[in-house]
Design a protein around this ligand. Sequence first.
Ligand SMILES: [Fe+2]
Ligand SMILES: [Fe+2]
Length: 296
Amino acid sequence: MPSAERTGVRDNWRLAALDALRERDPGAKAEAVQALHALVRDGVSNGILHWDAQHEIDVPTDLPGRPARPVLVEPRQLERRSMSTPQGRVVLLHALAHIEFNAINLALDAVWRFPGLPDAFYADWLTVAAEEAFHFSLLGARLADYGHAYGDFPAHNGLWEMCERTRDDVLARMALVPRVLEARGLDAAPPIRARLKQAGDDQSAAVLDVILRDEVGHVRIGNRWFRYLCAARGLDPHAAWLTLAQQYRAPKMRGPFNFEARRSAGFDDAELDTLAAQAAPEPATADARLREGGGE
Ligand SMILES: [Fe+2]
Ligand SMILES: [Fe+2]
């Protein structure tokens, strides 16, 4: 049984999550998150679990921890890619790895930043962080199979920017990150998977299967805590969503939507009907979604 003392990990798990968020090396970050998750999971039965939910943590100035590469550019500067060529697939896998790297950071940020929530909130987002670290490692392995590594291509910073924009309100964070950005991944994964399969890259297609399965759970966690916070503040979730989407400039939702996955992830009939009614006449391509920052 691992113990906090033996591994040198802090006994305040939210501070430990912040340490992992500040870690700059992607491999070390992924390992730190998975080790912390294992420790917390075992700590439940060990009686050493300590979230310290009331602790207000000072905001460090070096967030998020990320490597010198990839170089961050505007989304429109990213090259277009055709998945029919190996180079195109590498660029795509790199874009997905970047989404997962950011997703680790986004989930860790939810763990340390917001005090005063139930322990289950922190445990949920640490589990998400560990699963994102797993996704990142799967994609890193595929990149290595193609002779590349994370950092080899430019990337955009759209996901972390939404994290920054919603840093002062956990309700806005839950509304905008899991329920918009991660939910976009539910829509984007099946067509990307199909194109990888079509190109004969069955191994990468299998990685997309794992990612889609787990992402349904992440969006469900987002919906769970969004509704919890709405109830705690006496807000109607549908009205609150419309207000927050406007206030925080939520990206416009563009179809085609994965209604089945979204339903599994906890969106209700009214929310799915609203999406169906606003499906844009020109559906976004998978490529466009990635360049816009969608996916997680
Ligand atoms: Fe993920
Ligand atoms: Fe996710």
